[in-house]
Each structure stands twice: as C-alpha cells, then as structure tokens.
Design a protein around this ligand. Structure first.
Ligand code: DGY
Length: 336
C-alpha cells in the first residue's frame, strides 16, 4: 500500500489522458474491448480503495458503485452526456462528477451532417450497389434523392450541438426551424451572424414543415420517447430523421413502423435504443435503403477524443485535490 491516490479507468481512453493520470496517481485500467461488468467495477474500486473513477457512457454508475470504495472523491466520465450516472446519489455522498462538455460540439455536428448527406444522397446504398456489382451503366433514375440545398432543416433542441448543426446549413442555403422549451434569441443572433435565419416554431410545426429533422436534446424523463408514433406521423413522407443525441429519444418500434409504412423517407442514427444495436435487430432490415446507422461515433475524431481524455484527467485531478472541477456535471445539472 502507498499513500499515492489511486484511480480506476474502465477502458483504454487515449494515451494522453492516461499519461496525465499516471504522472500523479496509481492507475489501473480495464483493458477489455467490452465494458467491465458493474460488479467488476465495484470490486476493483474496493480493491484499490480508489480515490477516482474514470468511466464511459456505457458504464452504469449508481449508489452501489459509488459506495464500493470508501475513498472515492470523484467520478469523471469520458463523455458529455451523464445520463448513465446517478448524480443525486453522487451529490448525497459528496462525490464530484466531471464530464467533457463543449469539446465535442463541432465534431458531433460534422457527423450529423455526414448522416444527413448520406441519407439524402443515398451514399451507403450507392456503395452497396457498387459492392454488389450492380453498376452496369449510368442511370437517369438511379439512386435519386432529395436536394439538400434550399431544403428546410428542423432542429429539435438548439443547444450547443443543435446550433453547430444549424450553422453548417448556411453553406446549403437552407431554411432553419428550431423548437425547444423556449425561444433562444442569443442563439438566433449567433446564427444570423453567419447568415442563417433560424425561426422558433412549435414542435408540431417543425415536424410538419421540415425536410430534415435533427434531434439534439439530452436524454431525460421528459425527452425519452420524444419521437414516437404521433410525431412520426406528423412528419412529411419525404422527411429524413437524424439522431446524434441519445437513442432513447426515439421510440424504436415506432420508427420501425414509420420506415415500414412510409410515414417518413429515411432515418440516420448514430445512437440507438437498444445500444449497441445487434445485427439481427428487426429495424436493420430497412438498411441501407431507408436506414443508415453508425455506432455512436459522433465525437470520434482523433483530436476530440484526445481532448476528451485530457478533460477527463483534469476533472479527476481537481476532484482528488478537492478543488472545483473544471467541468462539473453536478454544477451543469444544477445540483451543486
Ligand atoms: C457523449 O460524450 O455524450 C457522446 O454521446 C459520446 O461522445
């Protein structure tokens, strides 16, 4: 036993973050490809009497995990989302919780646009067509899709990522609608400055009028199943639905029915419910013609993942020093 504080890390995060932690602490890392079982995390925290825990969005962090080491002072998630952590339980125990906001905004907006263009212009279907050796000639009707330029983009949740997605619409001369709990004049101003006029509308109006509906809300009790049968039926039959937020925001069975019965044209998902989506999940029968799915890679640029690792380490260091975290999830959730 040493007096050096110890930190348990539930996956191999980018080296730059591990190096920062190893310079200060005894660090143990789960090196499996799949997440460790919750019981294993508890056991390791107990064995190490861990002072810090770095976790991922795929680890459920509840009161049992928080109690496993008597010494835990900080949980630092390698994600901006913290719906996998029982924040109230952490606050009760005076355990700080850090996350990585801001850094992945632009990268996730880029991926949202990758899905948007892939869905509209049938990119994945085109690749499958070439791979299947079906490309015999140029075809006047081959793989046609809707125009992106000049279309209407509907943003559900004009937060950081929603705004970054809307900003990119300037280059495509799109009309932008947005909806959310309230109108956001500051965001509208920010967008006006880059040539995007964003109009605040009701959710019903947005669903009915948008060619592309892009979801950018956190997963909470209020947003779980936000897009279900009624909402999908309000959308245009030509519309494309995009989700790079959390899978639970869409009712998967309702989306399956919408794709089956043609209530909407196509969907592009980077997040799913369930997640991971098994290859034999029924909704995948719509891919790639009506559905494009990527495996939750919204933040997966090399630079962003490195910065997330640094931020996760900075949160741990502050938490163990009992200093305010540079990026506190408790503060951002109004619990501090
Ligand atoms: C997050 O951080 O919450 C994203 O979903 C994954 O990077």
């Amino acid at each position: 036993m040493t007096d050096t504080p110890s930190v348990y890390v539930t996956r191999e995060i980018p080296e730059v973050g591990l190096e920062r932690l190893r310079a200060e602490y005894d660090v143990a890392v789960w090196d499996g490809k799949l997440p460790p079982a919750k019981a294993h995390i508890e056991q390791r925290l107990a064995d190490l009497s861990a002072d810090g825990l770095v976790c991922l969005l795929s680890d459920e962090i509840d009161g049992d995990v928080l109690d496993a080491s008597g010494d835990l002072s900080v949980v630092s998630t390698f994600s901006v989302g913290y719906d996998h952590i029982d924040l109230a339980a952490a606050a009760e125990r005076d355990i700080a919780v850090g996350h990585t906001p801001g850094v992945l905004t632009e990268t996730t907006a880029d991926l949202t646009w990758s899905l948007l263009t892939a869905c509209a212009r049938r990119v994945v279907e085109g690749q499958a067509y070439v791979d299947a050796d079906e490309w015999e000639t140029w075809g006047p009707r081959l793989l046609t899709g809707p125009d992106i330029h000049g279309a209407t983009l509907g943003i559900v949740g004009l937060g950081n990522i929603g705004t970054a997605v809307a900003r990119r619409a300037a280059g495509f001369e799109m009309d932008v609608l947005y909806t959310g709990r309230s109108r956001k004049p500051d965001r509208e101003q920010e967008l006006t400055e880059v040539g995007v006029d964003a109009t605040y509308v009701t959710r019903d109006e947005l669903l009915a009028e948008s060619d592309f509906v892009s979801l950018h809300v956190p997963l909470t009790d209020a947003t779980e199943g936000l897009i279900s049968t009624d909402e999908l039926q309000q959308m245009s039959e030509e519309a494309i639905l995009l989700n790079t937020s959390r899978g639970g925001v869409i009712d998967t069975d309702a989306l399956d029915a919408a794709l089956e019965d043609g209530w909407i044209t196509r969907a592009g998902l980077d997040v799913t419910d369930p997640e991971p989506l098994p290859a034999d999940h029924p909704i995948l029968r719509h891919a790639p013609e009506r559905l494009v799915v990527t495996p939750h890679i919204g933040s997966a640029s090399i630079g962003t993942r490195n910065r997330m690792a640094e931020m996760a380490a900075e949160n741990v260091i502050a938490g163990i020093e009992r200093e305010p975290l540079p990026h506190s999830a408790l503060a951002d959730a109004g619990l501090e």
